[in-house]
Design a protein around this ligand. Structure first.
Ligand code: HEM
Length: 218
């Protein structure tokens, strides 16, 4: 049976690759899953046959979720995407990129020109190309608990696409360390292992940096 979805639509940039940021709610009872978890903490009360959203104090069995900081709910993330994200403000490290000789050699003048015009990377065509050397310069994660720390700059690769997770990490319900411990790897297999039903393309649409290219493909 097909999953029941609710989509909140905000904007579109008219491209094929990227669709509108949205929040998707999936009915866990219709999912073919083995652990009985849901996308959001939706509880189905079998005694009075009603449905309720679990509050933060409700114990979640068999879950590896972390307690997120206040102001870091999925709705908060959606708000940030539609305010900062659409302007390209969720991507850290872009100023260094403009001075990175490896990046400048790898990318077309057209793409670099758009970057210099401050066009958000998710709108740049052809997409920016990022190789391992460039990526590694953007994988610095210290902590956001230290309010004076402005050095965080965390990019990752998911299915060959480079995303900036600097802003998203604090919103990740599975925690920060589980992602940053995999910084040298394409995250797709781990992503699919934990939550293949989630659309990272939509959640991270405005965190898109570019396409990962292996050295041999350059
Ligand atoms: C980088 C892109 C990722 C995004 C956008 C993302 C997003 C999410 C979301 C929305 C949830 C909540 C799921 C729910 O409520 O059912 C979640 C939970 C979780 N994620 Fe991720 N995730 C990402 C990567 C990863 C990776 C790479 C791992 C593992 C290495 C991971 C491990 C987990 C775990 C363990 C949970 C808690 C699952 C549970 O027990 O319910 N995530 N993630």
């Amino acid at each position: 049976m097909e999953a029941k979805k609710t989509t909140i639509t905000n904007h579109t940039d008219g491209t094929n690759r990227f669709k509108t940021p949205s929040i998707r709610i999936i009915n866990p009872l219709t999912q073919n899953r083995t652990n009985g978890n849901s996308l959001l903490s939706v509880k189905f009360n079998t005694i009075n046959n009603s449905t309720s959203i679990a509050n933060s104090t409700t114990p979640l069995r068999n879950r590896n979720k972390v307690k997120l900081k206040p102001g870091h709910s999925p709705l908060d993330w959606n708000h940030i995407v539609t305010t900062k994200g659409i302007n390209g403000e969720l991507i850290t490290g872009l100023s260094q990129l403009k001075e990175d000789s490896a990046f400048l050699q790898l990318n077309s003048k057209t793409s670099i020109h758009q970057l210099n015009l401050s066009i958000p990377p998710y709108k740049i065509k052809p997409h920016l190309k990022i190789n391992k050397e460039i990526l590694q310069r953007h994988q610095k994660w210290i902590s956001t608990d230290d309010k004076t720390s402005t050095d965080n700059d965390y990019w990752c690769v998911i299915d060959g696409t480079v995303y900036c997770l600097t802003e998203y990490l604090d919103f990740h319900p599975g925690g920060i360390d589980i992602i940053t411990s995999l910084k040298d790897k394409d995250l797709l297999p781990w992503f699919n292992k934990h939550h293949r039903w989630i659309s990272y393309e939509k959640l991270l649409q405005t965190c898109f940096v570019g396409i990962y290219v292996e050295e041999k493909y350059v």
